[in-house]
Write a protein that binds this ligand. Structure first.
Ligand code: DQA
Length: 144
């Protein structure tokens, strides 16, 4: 099975940005952890991170042509604003898990809306990097 791991703005700054909220693991370390876990689970993963909304939309559209079976997305701040990302997910119709490193539900009011949640089959919050591994488990299970 082929899974695309998509990360939105500032996720490339993991380990540097607000470590008290997002942890000390760097973005590169996170990719390594996810990659190793995916290998063990015999899942083929690809990674894409962008700070630009349209680039994330393009990546979701590419997933359709690349015959990706599942998407794990942390849309970061675009979670709370982006109808374009929601529409792209609906357009490609690929099963999607939404992941947030932090427990967004316990944070500011402006983080309480998620457009992506309106499409995602599952949302995982507050588990740090482990949330991405849980998302892979879910996708693998739902493919059976
Ligand atoms: C985040 C939560 C968002 O509210 C925030 O804008 C992020 C990261 C998370 O992983 O906890 O950039 O998606």
């Amino acid at each position: 099975m082929k899974v695309l791991i998509l990360n939105g703005p500032n996720i490339n700054f993991l380990g540097i940005r607000e470590p008290e909220i997002y942890g000390k693991t760097t973005y590169e370390d996170m990719l390594k952890i996810i990659g190793e876990y995916a290998d063990k689970q015999e899942i083929e993963v690809s990674f894409y991170q962008s700070n630009h909304e349209g680039d994330l939309v393009d990546a979701i559209q590419r997933a359709y042509f690349d015959k990706i079976d599942g998407i794990v997305i942390n849309p970061a701040a675009y979670t709370h604003t982006s109808i374009a990302i929601l529409d792209a997910l609906k357009a490609v119709g690929i099963v999607t898990v939404e992941v947030h490193l932090s427990a967004v539900e316990k944070r500011e009011d402006f983080r309480q809306i998620s457009y992506v949640s309106k499409y995602a089959s599952k949302t995982i919050t507050g588990q740090g990097v482990n949330g991405y591994l849980m998302a892979l488990d879910y996708l693998k299970e739902s493919k059976k």
